[in-house]
Design a binder for this molecule. Structure first.
Ligand code: URA
Length: 238
């Protein structure tokens, strides 16, 4: 169930504000009855008419994508860079849940379900994300402890839930670090390492909540199952 004005706006005929005006002006019917209450909840099965024209309610779609490098997590780009939405063969107006940087690879959920996207992105729901970061120079023991204890970025401390060195290359002075966090600030992993004076040479997201990148090759995607979508919804803390 979703709010009427949201469903109308999502059908693409107008903005949410305009949809609210239309509802208040008595121009919207749900299952044959005029509805003037903002926030009335409707479902995909309800028949909604705006100015006596039926609106098309888009079916919700959910994808798990292995984002390649050099794709932008945005719906448009004035620099004409490639968009993650171009990788998925659908007519639905899907968008990425959160962002991975242009040069970051890995797991990202794409959907047109705004309610689920909000749940997953809300900090209070603490959805875990795991990254593999190739960093230079190698971490000292002290820095590893600093990272595990938490580091302030813009005065807000980010507390990784797990940090593990997966591979150490003394010759190249690089470490492959697996790090799990449950926040979604932009560039958060790069900024964490920047605070302790390390460059992130490569970054990939391997897990999101209970989902992992599995066998998906770069640029490949799959549908989420009904059970997976239900489980993602359960991340909402009441
Ligand atoms: N942290 C980053 O620095 N970049 C990403 O793309 C994701 C998390």
């Amino acid at each position: 169930m979703e709010r009427l004005q949201k469903i109308i706006a999502e059908s693409g005929i107008c903005s949410r504000r305009k949809a609210e005006e239309l509802i208040l002006d008595g121009k919207v019917k749900v299952n044959g009855k005029i509805v003037t209450t903002l926030g009335t909840k409707v479902s995909n099965d309800d028949i909604i008419l705006v100015n006596d024209k039926k609106i098309k309610v888009e079916k919700k779609e959910y994808y798990l994508l292995n984002k390649p490098r050099n794709y932008i997590c945005s719906l448009e780009d004035d620099r004409k860079r490639k968009l993650v939405t171009e990788l998925i063969d659908t007519k639905a107006r899907i968008y990425p849940v959160g962002r991975l940087d242009y040069d970051t690879t890995g797991l990202i959920i794409m959907t047109n379900d705004g309610a689920l996207a909000n749940i997953l992105m809300h900090p209070k729901n603490k959805v875990e994300k795991t990254y593999l970061a190739k960093i230079k120079p190698c971490l000292t023991m002290e820095e590893l402890f600093t990272l595990k204890k938490g580091i302030a970025i813009d005065n807000v401390v980010c507390y990784p839930t797990r940090v593990k060195i997966k591979k150490h290359d003394a010759n190249k002075d690089t470490d492959l670090v697996e790090i799990t966090i449950h926040e979604g600030r932009n560039h958060i992993i790069k900024n964490l390492f920047k605070e302790i004076h390390h460059d992130v040479l490569k970054l990939t997201r391997t897990k999101y909540a209970f989902l992992s990148i599995d066998k998906l090759q770069s640029g490949e995607y799959r549908y989420l199952t009904k059970e997976e979508v239900k489980k993602l919804y359960s991340y909402q803390i009441k």
